[in-house]
Write a protein that binds this ligand. Structure first.
Ligand code: NIG
Ligand code: FE
Length: 421
């Protein structure tokens, strides 16, 4: 069975190999093509991209669908790749929207945490929630993400903070991973998200290394490990030990760094050669350059300073300084955002990042940091890539980041199957 998508409008295909950086992220000649193309998909993979008129001659029009071919017209609407959310804390329960007024009163993230809010608050509610309920929450969130064009996401644990509850969160995410009409996923263990109440950090790190990590490896669902490396949370030394031992166990390394201040996490990220070092809003440019030399992606998370009302970080220097970077939602109870188009709007409207560069940062670049379950290239529209794309509701692909608050997409193709929104 094949699917033939005819009459594409302007196409931001972003095709090519590897991550992009600097000015190449906004190379319109190389990354887009004018209206008039068509796409053939077989078994979830893009098998050809040709002129729509040639494909119509070969397969016929939409009224000629049969048991061999489903033929669909995009009616001239613009097309962008399936978006890739490379940093998402998918599984948790509870509600911390009451922290908003605390933020407005000037309380910092650390002060809110110390007063009984923050990660610990979410840990308490998550631990009390049944597996079925967590699956329901995760399911709804993945549907919302898909509605906003996300076709693949990286999902972290981290709101359990005991071996048993971290295993459960990964179990929940793994069940969701098997549902074919939801975005595909890569799972990350984030046991080192905070020190659980009643424990001290040194003992918890010891417990992580001697008990939690071995059991996570034994469970086999997590493909990567992450640590919240930040002054007040896990030190550079502790993060290094946890990530080194995780790598020995076969896990990919990711890290949260420098969200609130420069804690030296950038240097560690470069030294370890992690896949991606995220937040990085306070990472000095020299460390970012060293990260680039070590092949590390810088994952900016603008939703967090946005929801916290913090000084707005600059992302433009990522382009000027020419290192690879991506953006993600950082979906979590403090930053309840599942829409990458909204994140794209922040980049474009607040930082004057070119809409094409912003699209690269939300699809092709993060796809290089997270593995598609079938091992396919994703985050771009090219022959041999996963058949993931979005049909924009409009004739310009720039709409992808120009409708903050509503989804700009009419339909999303996920592994070759089209969902109408
Ligand atoms: O990436 N900073 C650490 N973790 C999350 C926030 C967690 C929370 O506040 O619940 C983040 O922003
Ligand atoms: Fe995060």
């Amino acid at each position: 069975m094949r699917t033939v998508l005819l009459d594409l409008g302007p196409l931001a295909h972003l095709g090519g190999q590897g991550a992009l950086s600097g000015k190449s992220m906004s190379n319109y000649d190389l990354l887009t093509s004018p209206a008039g193309k068509g796409i053939v998909v077989q078994a979830g993979v893009i098998t050809s991209i040709e002129d729509s008129s040639d494909l119509r001659e070969e397969y016929g029009g939409p009224d000629q669908s049969d048991h061999e071919s489903i033929i669909i017209s995009a009616n001239g609407n613009a097309i962008v790749p399936g978006l890739v959310d490379g940093h998402n804390h998918l599984i948790w329960s509870g509600d911390r929207s009451n922290e908003t007024s605390m933020k407005l009163q000037g309380m910092t993230y650390q002060e809110i945490a110390a007063s009984g809010g923050g990660i610990q608050h979410t840990v308490q509610s998550t631990r009390k929630t049944s597996k079925d309920e967590l699956i329901k929450l995760g399911y709804q969130r993945m549907r919302t993400a898909l509605r906003n064009g996300t076709t693949h996401l990286e999902a972290k644990s981290g709101y359990g903070l005991t071996t048993e509850s971290e295993l459960l969160l990964l179990d929940v995410a793994n069940d969701l991973k098997g549902i074919s009409h939801l975005p595909t996923m890569e799972l990350t263990w984030l046991g080192a998200h905070d020190t659980p109440k009643g424990s001290d950090r040194t003992s918890y790190v010891e417990e992580i290394l001697s008990d939690q990590l071995p059991q996570i490896l034994n469970q086999g669902y997590a493909q990567g490990a992450d640590v919240f490396c930040e002054p007040g949370w896990f030190t550079v030394e502790e993060s290094e030990e946890i990530l080194r031992q995780s790598k020995q166990g076969g896990l990919r390394q990711r890290i949260h760094i420098d969200e609130f201040s420069d804690g030296g996490g950038g240097e560690l990220a470069a030294e370890l050669g992690v896949v991606t070092a995220d937040h990085a809003h306070h990472t000095p440019i020299e460390s970012r350059q060293r990260m680039e030399e070590a092949g590390v992606n810088t994952g900016f998370l603008p939703g967090t300073p946005y929801t916290m009302g913090e000084p707005w970080p600059s992302f433009n220097n990522a382009i000027e300084e020419n290192y690879r970077w991506s953006v993600a939602t950082d979906f979590n109870p403090n930053c309840n955002i599942l829409s990458l188009p909204f994140i794209g709007s922040l980049l474009v409207h607040r930082n004057k990042v070119d809409p094409l560069a912003a699209l690269v940062a939300a699809s092709r670049n993060p796809s290089e940091t997270t593995i598609h379950p079938d091992g396919l290239v994703h985050g771009r529209i090219q022959v041999g890539a996963a058949a993931n794309l979005n049909i924009v509701d409009g004739e310009h692909w720039q709409s992808w980041c120009n409708r903050p608050g509503t989804s700009p997409f009419k339909s999303t193709m996920l592994n070759g199957n089209l969902t109408h929104h």
